[in-house]
Design a protein around this ligand. Structure first.
Ligand code: MG
Ligand code: ZN
Length: 228
């Protein structure tokens, strides 16, 4: 019966991809640039979002959609940092899908947003299999997780456009071979933008914020405005 499983899976991904395309068209039409943040639990997605919102809310209008299995703790932190925040409780699901993002978009006034950050559920496996319709994906890795993660979770490293390596302030205290880690990541995703940071000390954040602003101005509303 294994032959019957494949078409079912394809049907699910097909439906998700159609909704993702709808989401993408909607974001494009509104001039919203969007990023999908993925990571394992505890890597620091929410901390990176907080820092991003704090530093960029003076120049960009930001919204955050937070996927969480059960709580609104992360959305509350994004809101406290100054973003419009929408919470998606997945009710136990270990990833966001395009339908969930669609209902979150219904709750936002997209006409007043420049940058939408989607915080996916903390999980290195299935979020990478469900496109949401966002423009680019960011993987947040962290030093205490270990330097073997690109080798163990290749799917998570393949489909992203930026890799943030968080908690570099902990490098002296853990066994993390940066060269080995980066070699694994670039074998899977050559030329991947890789930005080491510490959300705690602020190290490296300038390079990260620069990458984000560059993305928004190249792909988002800013580009349209400048062309007129
Ligand atoms: Mg979080
Ligand atoms: Zn899942």
């Amino acid at each position: 019966m294994i032959t019957e499983r494949v078409p079912v899976v394809e049907k699910i991904f097909g439906a998700n991809d159609r909704l993702a395309a709808d989401n993408h068209a909607r974001l494009e039409a509104a001039g919203v640039f969007s990023l999908n943040f993925m990571a394992s639990p505890g890597a620091g997605k929410t901390s990176l979002i907080e820092q991003t919102v704090r530093h960029l809310s003076g120049q960009l209008r930001l919204a955050v959609v937070d996927g969480d299995i059960a709580t609104s703790l992360d959305a509350d932190r994004a809101a406290a940092a100054g973003a419009v925040a929408v919470q998606i409780n997945t009710g136990g699901d270990c990833h966001l899908d395009a339908a969930m993002l669609q209902s979150a978009l219904d709750e936002l006034d997209l006409s007043v947003i420049d940058l939408l950050i989607v915080e996916n559920v903390g999980n290195l496996v299935c979020p990478a299999n469900f496109s949401l319709g966002t423009h680019k994906s960011v993987l947040v890795a962290s030093v205490p997780e270990g330097d073997d993660k690109p080798y163990k979770y290749p799917g998570a490293y393949r489909g992203v456009q930026a890799l943030v390596i968080n908690k570099i302030d902990l490098l002296p205290y853990v066994n993390f071979d940066m060269e080995y880690f980066q070699r694994g990541a670039s074998a899977l995703n050559p030329g991947l933008a890789t930005i080491p940071v510490s959300c705690r000390t602020g190290d490296g954040l300038d390079a990260w914020l620069e990458w984000v602003v560059e993305q928004v101005s190249t792909n988002g509303r800013g580009h349209e405005i400048r062309r007129i």
